[in-house]
Design a protein around this ligand. Structure first.
Ligand SMILES: Nc1ncnc2c1ncn2[C@@H]1O[C@H](COP(=O)(O)OP(=O)(O)OP(=O)(O)O)[C@@H](O)[C@H]1O
Length: 264
């Protein structure tokens, strides 16, 4: 599926000092994987997703999708097979456009842009059915401007938009972090349903250890650009937040729990 080989990335400060984020990182996302990524602030989690998305160029290494090297592929071309949902619900949707227009835009991603292409009765029915499954009543608000929706409704719409055309990979960058606990749980349940029903290989960054354990089949912990834990299946199911913290502290004694994770 997605393979990352010998990834290297450094950032340079204005004063000229170099910070090495990745020094030969290797990672493979398999078919059917829903991977939670946890780790300390500055571990490189967002940088990794940005490199996959094409927003940050690596200094070395290669990225492969189903065996094809896409390291040098332009971001707009990656957008046709990689989707991302951001922490800020405002980033995934266009506020002055209606729900229907937003969905049409997502539906036409990667095709020659022509909004009228999606503006037909059949599409409206398909979108209505998709939104009905969410159970938020959004199907009755197709002509409502997205800017008028709540953060949770907007994030749900962003999730639908990101997965409408079944991407080969879904990237979730703390996509529930800006929401209240109840809405966050709702979005996580919708995420699970969508990812599992469409079988979309997914990478999800979270600081919530309970979510990292509860959702997905695999959990990795990143620290200083290295994968220091990679648990799947039963090994992951048997994890608890306490066990995770203990494992983490055996390797990193200097970091306090609350700098890393939320247990709520
Ligand atoms: N464009 C950039 N220029 C310079 N340094 C950067 C840039 N992007 C990220 N960094 C640095 O790279 C390191 C990794 O950042 P990254 O955002 O990937 O961490 P993270 O694991 O996502 O952290 P957090 O949990 O706080 O979001 C940090 O030290 C950050 O300051």
């Amino acid at each position: 599926m997605l393979k990352i080989n010998n990834l290297n990335k450094s950032f340079h400060s204005e004063l000229g000092s170099e910070k090495k984020i990745f020094k030969g990182l290797n990672f493979q996302l398999n078919h059917g994987d829903f991977v939670s990524i946890i780790g300390s602030n500055g571990a490189g989690k967002s940088t990794l997703l940005n490199i996959i998305m094409g927003n940050i160029t690596p200094d070395g290494g290669n990225l492969y999708m189903e065996g094809r090297d896409f390291t040098d592929l332009a971001t707009y071309k990656r957008n046709t097979f990689i989707s991302k949902v951001y922490q800020n619900p405002a980033l995934g949707t266009a506020p002055s456009m209606t729900i229907f227009e937003n969905l049409s835009m997502a539906d036409n991603k990667g095709k020659r842009f022509n909004l009228t292409l999606g503006l037909n009765k059949k599409k409206k029915e398909i979108y209505k059915n998709t939104l009905t499954e969410l159970g938020l009543g959004l199907e009755k608000q197709l002509d409502t401007e997205v800017g008028l929706l709540s953060g949770g409704q907007r994030q749900c719409l962003a999730l639908i938009m990101a997965t409408l055309n079944k991407p080969k990979i879904l990237l979730l960058d703390e996509h529930t972090a800006a929401l209240d606990p109840k809405t966050s749980e709702l979005i996580m349940e919708k995420t699970k349903k969508i990812v599992e029903s469409h079988k979309i290989p997914t990478l999800m960054i979270t600081h919530n250890l309970n979510d990292a354990i509860k959702y997905g089949n695999r959990l990795i912990m990143l620290h200083e650009g290295k994968i220091i834990l990679d648990f799947a299946g039963e090994e992951k199911q048997n994890l608890t937040p306490e066990k995770l913290l203990k494992i983490f502290h055996t390797q990193n004694t200097a970091i306090k729990d609350d700098e890393l994770f939320s247990l709520s």
